[in-house]
Design a protein around this ligand. Structure first.
Ligand code: IPD
Ligand code: CA
Ligand code: CA
Length: 270
């Protein structure tokens, strides 16, 4: 596990360094920014370059492993002559809109799964110089300090991070749900990166996080980091976290936020 974590961390740092070095020139290059699911869902040439770098490094070090990445889907395993049972789950830039605008909350996120279970996770929040790491059963760490999420506070005192999808109809529902949440919590934060939000729960910068529509690569690494920092992470009704809804907070607060969300029906899109 330590070997996986060390390799994931090295690769996440290398990708982060590349992104920092190339970001200033990116916006002037033709075709550097394109859209995906909606006009506001952007992908830059550097999202692709970051993912390619990560894939190349994993291939070189562990040719039998599979890689699932946001931009290129799932591939690999064949070169090693069979499936090693290991899969790398990669978001090459989580928080691309922040990356484009020069805001500091974006990250390279890499998780390592063995037989379908995440055993190591790294979130490199590049502009902040913060590299969050966790290994299953071995805690979550930032700069040599073990992370502990905030102990549960009453919901009314909780600072809650959330995010919004890229489709207009879904956003309208998310806004409606938010109006049901906002009067019952200390305040809301919309940081712009699911991975960073979950690391913020792990490090006590927010008390809780919920969001509809995040993908596995958004939370695979940071979910382990939050869990190893003592937070509970999951979906509604006892389900594991999933694209319908991801919720994370210290035990106690998790249940309070869960029970506030359920009657608001946050998994609908209209
Ligand atoms: C997005 C970020 C954002 C969240 C979106 C994600 P991307 O990832 O995590 O915070 O609200 O749901 O899609 O597109 O920047 O990789
Ligand atoms: Ca993402
Ligand atoms: Ca991304």
């Amino acid at each position: 596990m330590t070997d996986f974590l060390r390799l994931a961390e090295d690769i996440a740092r290398e990708a982060g360094d590349m992104l920092l070095a190339k970001r200033p020139t990116m916006s002037v290059e033709p075709g550097a920014v394109q859209t995906k699911s909606s006009p506001t869902d952007v992908v830059t040439a550097l999202d692709r370059a970051s993912e390619e770098l990560i894939r190349e490094r994993v291939r070189a070090a562990r040719p039998g492993d599979r890689v699932l990445g946001e931009e290129g889907g799932e591939e690999g395993g064949e070169e090693g002559g069979g499936d090693s049972g290991v899969r790398w789950v990669v978001d090459p830039i989580d928080g691309t809109v922040n990356f484009l605008y020069g805001l500091p909350d974006w990250a390279v996120s890499i998780a390592v799964e063995v037989d379908g279970r995440v055993v190591a996770g790294v979130v490199n929040v590049v502009p902040r110089g913060e590299v969050y790491t966790a290994a299953l059963g071995e805690g979550a760490w930032l700069a040599g300090e073990r992370l502990r999420c905030n102990p549960a506070v009453p919901l009314g005192q909780a600072l809650v991070a959330t995010g919004f999808g890229y489709e207009s109809a879904r956003r309208a529902v998310q806004a409606e749900v938010l109006t049901g949440v906002l009067p019952h919590v200390r305040d809301i934060r919309r940081g712009g990166s699911c991975a960073v939000d979950l690391c913020s729960v792990a490090g006590g910068r927010v008390d809780a996080y919920y969001e509809r529509g995040v993908n596995y690569w958004d939370y695979a690494a940071a979910g382990l980091i939050a869990a190893e920092a003592g937070a509970r992470i999951g979906g509604l009704g006892g389900r594991p976290c999933n694209t319908d809804l991801t919720l994370c907070a210290a035990p106690g607060l998790f249940e309070e936020l869960h029970d506030l969300l359920v009657p608001l029906d946050p998994e609908r899109d209209s």
